[in-house]
Design a binder for this molecule. Sequence first.
Ligand SMILES: Cc1cc2nc3c(=O)[nH]c(=O)nc-3n(C[C@H](O)[C@H](O)[C@H](O)COP(=O)(O)OP(=O)(O)OC[C@H]3O[C@@H](n4cnc5c(N)ncnc54)[C@H](O)[C@@H]3O)c2cc1C
Length: 404
Amino acid sequence: MATTDFLVVGGGIVGISIARELRSRHPDLSVTVLEKEPACGRHASGRNSGVLHAGFYYTADSLKARFTRDGNLALRAYCERRGLPLNRCGKLVVARTSADHPQMDELLRRGAANGVELESITEAEARRIEPRVKTCERAIFSPHTATADPGAVLEAMREDAAREGIAFALADGFRRRRGDEIVTARGTWRAGYVVNAAGLQADRIARQYGFSEHYRILPFKGLYLYGAESAGPFRTNIYPVPDLRNPFLGVHFTVTVDGHAKIGPTAIPAFWREQYAGLAGFSLRDLVEIAGLQCGLLFSAGFEFRRLAFEELRKYDRRHLVSLAGELARDVHADDWRRWGRAGIRAQLLDVRTRKLEMDFVIEGDDRSMHVLNAVSPGWTCAIPFASYVVDAIAREASGRPSP
Ligand SMILES: Cc1cc2nc3c(=O)[nH]c(=O)nc-3n(C[C@H](O)[C@H](O)[C@H](O)COP(=O)(O)OP(=O)(O)OC[C@H]3O[C@@H](n4cnc5c(N)ncnc54)[C@H](O)[C@@H]3O)c2cc1C
């Protein structure tokens, strides 16, 4: 039987950041990352948009507001220190009609409350930043939004973690809890403390420890479309004003770290948790559970799931997806946007009591285990300060202190 003081399940950016934080606070204790895939970053952490968000979408009382601004600074500093490329391209939030203006004002208020620098600019000023942008009268510019390569960031963090003495057990997934032991694909572990950062599978692991009882993960697929860019490269990210009632930001243009634009990601309801393409990752258990949840939501959701699902499913149609992006910029033609990129899947938490999607990060745990649920966007940006928050919670639970 293998033993370790801390066993972190999941080698995504959240798991690795937590492992590094544990190691730096407890240099004399052993930390192991258990990862079911043969390499780290095969799921959300390696398949996201690579946007270092600035932190103005979230209300000031949320964990997302607390960690996005600091996470942006921390991840930028990490990329600079490690020599990883950063595209400091900023971001424009545009209004499709004047009906978007009140929501824009709300974003400006949230930015101010969260201490995030934003500029409220005119249509002409927006065009000086990005000549192809379309907006109704005004726009918001976020100078601190940037992009990086998520795969390169994760690999650098994994290397740092290994150098710091963290062990990686790859291709070895958590199967089940057996008392104080953990049965994995390759054997059995005994751990002093278990941290569950298993992304799309986190709720199931949490339930083995008596947590996540009223939560289920609903997968939403994010597709990307790359363009031929015959109209020239984009200079900045362009986002619509989002519907702040749901956690997704709407179809947008992201400028990758190497200067190429992509449209997306969508948030299409998926039928199994790792439904990236075709029948890959098919799970009958997922299908039965998720189809049941989705059917229930179609008729009685605490949010507008029916409208969301219908609008999102239409985005499988490439021309429709391009036409939505065409509301944000000029010279966007379906014939130029043909290449689908690697999809990512959001591990979105649903509260089955209220039938609402959870908007914020959720952690649950006790003096034996801690479970990270709903580490959805902008979890990549937030990972470094969020890891510190999780390790503070572990320290409190382990010493029996109440939460502040
Ligand atoms: C399409 C998309 C776009 C996004 N864009 C952005 C963005 O631009 N900016 C941003 O800040 N955030 C973005 N996000 C969110 C961000 O990617 C996530 O918040 C973040 O990657 C979550 O990291 P994680 O470590 O929790 O999850 P993951 O990266 O999914 O890692 C979980 C790991 O656990 C492993 N695992 C699962 N089950 C087991 C098991 N039983 N045993 C062992 N290991 C297991 C998995 O293999 C995986 O490696 C995006 C997400 C998606 C899907």
